[in-house]
Design a protein around this ligand. Structure first.
Ligand code: SF4
Length: 469
């Protein structure tokens, strides 16, 4: 079953100088499982020596009954990842580790390097032998070229100023850890503290499970260095640049209880629903979310419009990632196994159906058909973000442009295809009102085509870049 959504990218987690580092790291990754379900890795460090446990699949698949004595030490770095099709190889599971002249170094990466192909070719010509397809391996190869006498921060600055695109990175040396975001700040990365120990995570929802206190976000273009002495230093090697964090983190990717780019995601999604109601009032009986991602915006729509909120679709939380789909006997099996109509609630009712986005439209069409069959009198589909017209090149797996329904059909044509009574999207202006920012202050390229970073990998617009990390 092709899931008709953008695919989350990756989640990072690090714990520095805590006696239960590896166990806490795996818990923090568990809280960020939504950012990648196809591979997990945790490495720990004792006196510069790394210990690793990696596997394909979920955190719980790989760490149930795991003996954390196999990951000793008080420093841990972890990663959950999503991989593109056919790339579920263990060699690509991060963190990646290399023995360099500085000692052992480990890297975990979230994002997508827009000059990945170019850099890889240059490094290969210079003799580098790549053992994975992960973007983060570029960083290790670049570090390997730095003189052993360079202080780690200088070596790291020299390496990361050669890469371009979207990257939040955590780099672990023997006696210090670095956490950084690219100059545009596409992907999130935050600092927290448990007692005297520092923790780093892609999303602040990981801090909750650990009982960690949120300290602050790492700023776009900032490298944070944490030394063994507990000193936190900050560097800005990329110069001044306009930051453009990914607005889709607020629309769909991040967990609602995370604080992303300084804003609570749940409150932002409520506001998206309110803005949608202001822009698109309609006569209806019930507001129904497509669970789970449409729930906060549907609540916001209900609060603003005064139309009653009801769970007209029920989602199963026990859907495995793989199952054998009957070929002909049960139509739309994939959608039905995940969502069921709440017949008695929706029968004879005019529904405002709220979802966060439409990618291909195939799932939306099946859900609408399901609601109509269950007796809904009218279905007015409202989307709490603008039409998706362009693929993402900054760390999100998206279909080719030819597969994006809004890139190929007008809104009226999409309405006809979906067989809904009306179809409306939140405007770009409404989206920015929801995040209380000026238009253009985030990356919104998948909605507008305005790309903050040019693509250098020599690929056509319709092709994906590199390996999503
Ligand atoms: S193109 Fe869309 S998904 Fe990609 S970084 Fe920009 S806003 Fe996020």
């Amino acid at each position: 079953m092709a899931f008709d959504k953008f695919k989350e990218e990756c989640g990072l987690m690090a714990i520095y100088r805590h006696k239960e580092a590896s166990n806490l790291c795996h818990l923090g990754l568990h809280a960020q499982q939504h950012r990648g379900q196809e591979g997990v890795g945790v490495i720990s460090q004792v006196d510069g020596k790394f210990h690793a446990h990696k596997g394909i699949g979920l955190v719980s698949d790989n760490f149930a009954d795991f003996d954390f004595k196999k990951l000793p030490g008080d420093v841990a770095l972890g990663h959950v990842r999503y991989s593109t099709a056919g790339d579920q190889d263990i060699v690509n599971v991060q963190p990646l580790v290399s023995e360099l002249s500085f000692g052992n170094v480990a890297v975990a990466h979230n994002g997508n390097l827009t000059n990945f192909d170019e850099m890889k070719e240059v490094l290969k010509k210079e003799g580098a032998i790549f053992s994975s397809n992960a973007d983060s391996e570029i960083v290790l190869h670049l570090l390997s070229k730095e003189p052993a006498s360079s202080p780690p921060i200088e070596a790291l600055i020299s390496a990361v100023t050669k890469i371009e695109g979207a990257f939040s990175l955590i780099v672990l040396f023997k006696d210090r850890i670095f956490a950084l975001r690219d100059k545009h700040g596409f992907r999130p990365l935050s600092i927290g503290k448990i007692g005297d120990s520092y923790v780093f995570a892609s999303e602040t929802c990981a801090f909750g499970i650990l009982g960690a206190k949120f300290i602050r976000d790492i700023k776009p273009g900032e490298i944070v260095e944490l030394t063994d002495e507990g000193e936190l230093k900050s560097y800005f090697p990329f110069g001044n640049n306009k930051s453009t964090p990914c607005i889709f983190e607020h629309v769909y990717f991040a967990r609602p209880n995370s604080k992303i780019f300084g804003r609570q995601v749940y409150k932002t999604r409520l506001q998206m629903g309110r803005e949608l109601a202001k822009e698109n009032p309609v006569e209806a009986d019930l507001v129904v979310p497509v669970p789970d991602s449409g729930v906060p915006a549907a609540l916001g729509y209900s609060q603003e419009s005064g139309i009653e909120f009801q769970l007209g679709l029920i989602r199963s939380h026990y859907v495995g990632r793989t199952f054998i789909e009957p070929k002909q006997s049960i139509r739309d099996f994939g959608v039905k196994i995940k969502h069921s109509p709440n017949d008695e609630i929706i029968e004879g009712k005019r529904l405002v159906l709220i979802d966060d986005s439409i990618v291909r439209g195939t799932t939306s069409k099946k859900l609408i058909n399901m609601l109509k069959k269950a007796g809904a009198k009218e279905v007015h589909l409202m989307i709490s973000s603008p039409p998706i017209t362009d693929p993402c090149y900054y760390g999100i797996d998206t279909p080719e442009k030819s597969q994006l329904i809004a890139a190929n059909k007008s809104i009226e044509e999409i309405r006809e295809y979906l067989e809904v009574d009306s179809l409306t999207y939140l405007s770009v202006e409404g989206l920015y009102k929801s995040v209380e920012s000026d238009v253009g202050s985030y990356c919104d390229a998948c909605f507008t085509g305005n790309r903050p970073v040019k693509i250098k990998s020599g690929k056509k617009d319709s092709e994906q870049l590199g390996m999503f990390s």
